[in-house]
Ligand binder design. Structure first.
Ligand SMILES: Nc1nc2c(c(=O)[nH]1)N[C@H]1C(S)=C(S)[C@@H](COP(=O)(O)OP(=O)(O)OC[C@H]3O[C@@H](n4cnc5c(=O)[nH]c(N)nc54)[C@H](O)[C@@H]3O)O[C@H]1N2
Ligand SMILES: Nc1nc2c(c(=O)[nH]1)N[C@H]1C(S)=C(S)[C@@H](COP(=O)(O)OP(=O)(O)OC[C@H]3O[C@@H](n4cnc5c(=O)[nH]c(N)nc54)[C@H](O)[C@@H]3O)O[C@H]1N2
Ligand SMILES: [Mo]
Length: 823
């Protein structure tokens, strides 16, 4: 009782602090030390998604962690790092699911009951190998899915999914994936429109934006929250620019407008203007803007003529001459998006009056028809005509991994090879996929299990969903990242064998058959680049402590697996961990020779990091603007494609030749389904986690949970109507599932909108379909439908729910603490 009471109070403290977002993130804060300073022990360097740090090791344990000097704006999440190593949810031993081991037709119906037996490493790897053999022999490569990927911990050598895929790939071929959950829709549509994924491209430098923009539109964008983590070792170099932006907003030098249903962390920090919009209705809003720019003759005709294709066809849709014959007036838009017509007009006039930089986030394309707002954004930017100018145009990534911080341009270290070496063949060199596709759109992996053999459309081609029987999972957590848990439960009952390699006993482990204990990144040596886009330098990731319990590095695990089919030498290339790390460093040193003088490896390793300095400012699309013939875009025509003939030829219903408005399957504020479940649930990215990572860090988790549950954020009026008070446990539900969460009442959220952050660990009461989730994983409620035939990406943000105060007897949280160990 006392524990939950304490976390309850801590939850309340976070709530009130949340309204005045602490300066901590942007103030330079030196140390995130524990209460007592211990002057002994040794200090070692390491890097992570959360930044580079020094750790004090004493008595064989990591004692405290402090950011290194380069990182002037460390994230508060550094406080959660120790808890990744030391927590009750660690995978300690190789474990095998009891009923699977006793096996009656793989016992799919009890999958998820979390009852596991401890086995030795040899037993576990023998079973793993036996299953790989059985699948290749009895079926073929189409029956094995080892392609799901995710946010493996950092380090170029130990990048764990590469280790798994290389070893499994040396045994036999398997199903792989295309796309990702982050930007599935965006990365598929944008090559047709602007010629590259845009989402992963370096963007105009912040300094250019700060010097030249008069308006900045943060469209579905929360950089203050989302720049805390990076794909490689994050440097947080974007934050000083955000601090300058805050000053310029205060002085009235730059007008920042957030187009967002909620007052997000960035808005609360910048104290900028909020343009409230109903969820999922940006396209009607943008069509109203286009209508104004066109009818008031404000758009840049020269730019359209010089740089774009297909404007006339598109504008026929806006004026109502083509397609649905509806004129997309601001009045029409206002009905749907909730922004008054006059405000839509003013917004349009403002865009063209002065230099305007549009900065899109990614959440908005993680919804049904998520391709459309991205395409439509580019059309608006083209009509404004500032693409390629400093501080003008559109970007799709300034909230991610330091995009917008100039690149130094120096070479980064390579990584461990994901594939079988050239000239080598797998043990089972079978490329017969039985008529199934060998590559699937990533978010359709559950469809394969439920509807094998089904033909789906995808990006101009067709995919036949493979009937796979076995999955191997490493470096990602599908039982967090995928949508609709109860549908997943049904699907996973059909799988024969699931092998997961992880250091945290996630829900994915619970729903697996063989679980192998990896060690964390802090229990191995590695090297990483600091600053995914800035290329700021290199960090030595020095092993802080030895692997805990019986955990091993992924490298060691897969060396032992590949030994079972005689390919361990080929797998390791005869090198050990430190030899690999040194080789990666030395290759990088060679590549930078004559440009940047890197010291000998030993010197680097001892000093812990290497600073390459800073790069030069740059403007995206400036070259294209300067000469669209020589610097043609990567689109079929080389121009900005407002209308895409290529997409038109696909004849898709929900992605046609130009951007359009399509009604959603579920939409709040009067949209479909809202009469039954009236709240839109946004499952945005967590402020105090990286997805599901660090949720296991139990002391840190206690700083934000409410009665030990994941927070659900809700507007005060909605809470009052539902009889919910701040700190109450509530039941959030829809026809797909139900969960318990802890209410945080705050006016940062409008009426009709609630947020539960993705990555909250799934803690079902039991393995049965429909059982309540005791902790608060939003993917218990989300819908597993594709964005459209084009990208087949996740539509996690198209989701309606109901909410009520929970009055029954409160079940304990079952998400954490590992398996139920049976002998
Ligand atoms: N509802 C909803 N769902 C979403 C999203 C959303 O916005 N809303 N966002 C989506 C997005 S954008 C993303 S990127 C995905 C993220 O989905 P994932 O990438 O699957 O999420 P993570 O929680 O980072 O999972 C990484 C897992 O790998 C394990 N791991 C890390 N390092 C290692 C290692 O070195 N070795 C081994 N063996 N294991 C390791 C971690 O412990 C963790 O379990 O989620 C998606 N899901
Ligand atoms: N702290 C932290 N940072 C992260 C991550 C993390 O897990 N934790 N994950 C990283 C990863 S993998 C990714 S993919 C990125 C994710 O980056 P994003 O997907 O951009 O991030 P979100 O915070 O989910 O959403 C950003 C904003 O979109 C708004 N929004 C949602 N739907 C709509 C809509 O329909 N219309 C409008 N106008 N706005 C909308 C939300 O209210 C929110 O303010 O973040 C990265 N950064
Ligand atoms: Mo992502």
């Amino acid at each position: 009782m006392s524990v939950s009471r304490r976390s309850f109070l801590k939850g309340l403290a976070t709530t009130s602090a949340a309204t005045v977002i602490g300066p901590s993130l942007l103030a330079s804060s030196k140390v995130f030390a524990d209460d007592q300073q211990i002057g002994q022990g040794t200090w070692r360097y390491s890097g992570s998604h959360w930044g580079a740090f020094r750790a004090q090791i004493y008595a064989g344990k990591v004692q405290q962690i402090e950011a290194i000097e380069i990182d002037k704006n460390p994230t508060e999440m550094l406080k959660g790092i120790k808890g990744i190593i030391y927590n009750p949810s660690r995978v300690r031993y190789p474990m095998v699911r009891l009923d699977w081991l006793k096996k009656h037709k793989f016992s799919g119906e009890t999958r998820g009951n979390n009852r596991f037996v401890r086995v030795t490493w040899d037993e576990a790897l023998d079973l793993f190998y036996r299953e790989l053999e059985r699948i290749q022999k009895d079926y073929g490569p189409w029956a094995l899915h080892a392609g799901q990927t995710g946010w493996r911990q950092t380090g170029q050598f130990h990048s764990c999914t590469s280790h798994m895929q290389r070893a499994v790939g040396m045994h036999g071929n398997y199903i792989t994936k295309v796309g990702d959950y982050s930007t599935g829709a965006g990365q598929t549509i944008m090559p047709y429109v602007l010629g590259s994924t845009e989402v992963y491209a370096q963007g105009t430098s912040w300094s250019e934006i700060l010097d030249n923009s008069k308006n900045i539109i943060l469209w579905a964008n929360d950089p203050v929250k989302n720049l805390q983590v990076g794909w490689n070792c994050e440097t947080h170099e974007s934050y000083p620019y955000l601090a300058q932006l805050k000053e310029k907003v205060a002085k009235g030098e730059i007008n920042v407008i957030s187009v967002d249903p909620v007052k997000n962390k960035t808005q609360r920090y910048l104290e900028n203007t909020h343009l409230y919009i109903h969820p999922q209705t940006d396209v009607p809003f943008m069509l109203g803007v286009a209508h104004t720019l066109y009818t008031e003759n404000l758009y840049d005709k020269e730019f359209i003529k010089m740089y774009c294709l297909g404007f006339d066809e598109f504008i026929g849709y806006v004026t109502g001459e083509t397609k649905d014959k509806v004129e997309k007036t601001p009045e029409w838009a206002a009905e749907i998006c909730g922004v008054p017509a006059e405000q839509i007009r003013e917004f349009a006039r403002m865009l063209v009056k002065e230099r305007t930089q549009i900065l899109f986030g990614w959440c908005i394309q993680r919804q049904e028809h998520g391709e459309q707002p991205y395409w439509m954004g580019a059309v608006i930017a083209a009509m404004v005509g500032q693409i390629g100018l400093p501080g003008g145009g559109i970007s799709y990534g300034h909230h991610y991994s330091g995009i917008g911080v100039p690149s130094t341009g120096f070479a980064a270290p390579g990584g461990f090879p994901r594939n079988v070496d050239e000239g080598q063949k797998p043990k089972w060199d079978n490329n017969d996929f039985n008529g199934y596709s060998r590559t699937i759109p990533v978010a359709r992996f559950v469809d394969c299990i439920l509807e094998p053999g089904k033909e789906i459309k995808y990006n101009g081609s067709k995919v036949i969903l493979p009937d796979y029987k076995m999955m191997v999972i490493s470096g990602n957590n599908p039982w967090h990242h995928h949508q609709d848990r109860n549908r997943m439960k049904q699907a996973f009952q059909k799988l024969q064998t699931v092998v997961t390699i992880d250091f945290a006993w996630t829900a994915t482990c619970r729903f697996s058959d063989i679980v192998l204990p990896a060690c964390t990144q802090f229990e191995r040596n590695d090297i990483d680049v600091m600053g995914s886009y800035s290329g700021r330098g290199l960090i030595a990731m020095q092993k802080l402590v030895d692997p805990l319990y019986q955990s091993k590095t992924d490298f060691d695990i897969f060396t032992e697996l590949s030994r079972r089919f005689g390919k361990n030498k080929e797998y390791t290339r005869g090198m050990d961990e430190m030899q690999w790390v040194q080789m990666l460093y030395n290759d990088c040193r060679k590549a930078n020779a004559g440009k940047f003088d890197m010291p000998e490896f030993d010197v680097f390793w001892q000093q812990g990091f290497l600073d390459f300095g800073t790069g030069k400012p740059w403007v995206r699309h400036a070259d294209f603007r300067q000469d669209p013939e020589i610097n043609a875009l990567g689109t079929p025509s080389g121009f900005i494609e407002i209308t895409s003939r290529k997409i038109g030829r696909y004849k898709y219903e929900h992605c046609q030749e130009h951007p359009m408005w399509f009604e959603k399957t579920e939409r709040s504020h009067g949209g479909p389904g809202s009469d039954k479940h009236s709240f839109w649930m946004q499952s945005c990215h967590p402020d105090k986690r990286l997805h599901s990572q660090m949720c296991e860090s139990d002391q840190f988790r206690a700083t934000y949970t409410v009665q030990g549950r994941e927070p659900v954020y809700i507007n005060p009026k909605d809470a009052a109507t539902k009889g919910i008070k701040d700190g109450d446990v509530v039941r959030v539900f829809n026809d797909r599932g139900q969960l318990l969460a802890g209410a945080v009442v705050t006016d940062s959220y409008p009426q009709g909108v609630v947020r539960i952050e993705e990555g909250a660990w799934y803690g079902p009461l039991n393995e049965k379909v429909g059982s309540i989730d005791t902790y608060g994983d939003p993917n218990t409620l989300t819908m597993d439908i594709p964005t459209s035939e084009l990208a087949q990406a996740t539509s996690a943000q198209t989701c309606l729910v109901s909410i009520e105060k929970f009055t029954g007897e409160l079940p304990p949280v079952t998400a954490f603490g590992g398996p139920i160990e049976v002998s």
